[in-house]
Write a new protein. Structure first.
Length: 276
């Protein structure tokens, strides 16, 4: 599933091409995504100015003059930008097209777990939408740090990796990036969250920001379906230190990286550097 870095890469590319432009037309070829695409959506947004395309958690936000489009990539979704005269024939899983300023943004989603919804209020009001209101703090928010993470984990008896994946303490740290952040911070993924002290929380917060920042620079991660708006695969897993490296030597101490199943997801750790 695309996580924060993949969504951020997509948002930046869409914003670079469409911010400040007039939305000319929306064509819905399949309304049956994770939630039904509103039937009257094309008429609501036609002719509106795209103020800015950004991100909150794993949601893309198309801020328009009189509302906002909320897009989620789901398990297999991706947006592509095609310039005038270079638009290929529509494929089976191309469900939505947004025409703007001589270019076409096309949403493709084979598994149809993605979404495109409409919020009628403009500006920051969209953050009150039910899908967004309960999200945790952004990892690049100036308020996020070791103290924030320490306070968010007090009394939590579940494993720290499950806390990170839950998205309440901090948003957007998916399976790959939680694994990598815990490795960098030298914290075992099964460590009880409430047992992690202030210094280790500070290390973990710094690791989260470092890992996510590097993943964004690498274009995200591609395991199965994700690719950028240009169709380029993300390269972060080429630099991973723990994820999917079971049996390979730890870059710090040389011990073999181990694989375990935690919360029905694969996790990887160094048994020597990341003691429980």
């Amino acid at each position: 599933m695309p996580e924060l870095p993949e969504v951020e890469v997509t948002a930046r590319a869409l914003a670079q091409r469409f911010d400040g432009r007039q939305l000319q037309e929306v064509r819905i070829h399949n309304h049956q995504l994770r939630w039904p695409v509103p039937r009257g959506l094309p008429g609501k947004v036609r002719g509106q100015r795209i103020e800015h395309i950004g991100r909150r958690g794993k949601y893309l936000l198309w801020h328009l003059h009189e509302g906002a489009l909320i897009s989620h990539l789901g398990m297999s979704g991706s947006w592509r930008i095609h310039e005038r005269g270079q638009v290929p024939p529509r494929q089976l899983h191309d469900h939505v097209e947004i025409a703007c300023d001589g270019a076409l943004a096309r949403f493709n989603d084979p598994r149809r777990f993605g979404a495109l919804l409409w919020h009628p209020e403009a500006g920051e009001a969209v953050l009150g939408h039910p899908l967004l209101a309960g999200l945790g703090i952004e990892p690049f928010d100036a308020r996020f740090g070791g103290r924030w993470l320490w306070q968010a984990t007090r009394g939590r008896r579940i494993a720290i990796k499950q806390v990170l994946l839950g998205g309440k303490a901090v948003v957007g740290v998916g399976n790959i990036y939680a694994t990598e952040s815990l490795y960098r911070a030298r914290i075992h993924p099964e460590t009880e969250a409430g047992r992690i002290g202030p210094l280790r929380c500070e290390r973990l917060a710094e690791a989260i920001r470092w890992v996510l920042g590097r993943a964004i620079d690498a274009g995200g991660s591609t395991l199965r379906d994700f690719s950028s708006v240009e169709g380029v695969a993300g390269r972060y897993t080429e630099f991973a230190q723990a994820y999917d490296r079971a049996g390979l030597p730890c870059a710090r101490c040389g011990a073999a990286i181990r694989r375990a199943v935690q919360g029905q997801r694969a996790t990887y750790f160094c048994p020597r550097c990341q003691r429980a």
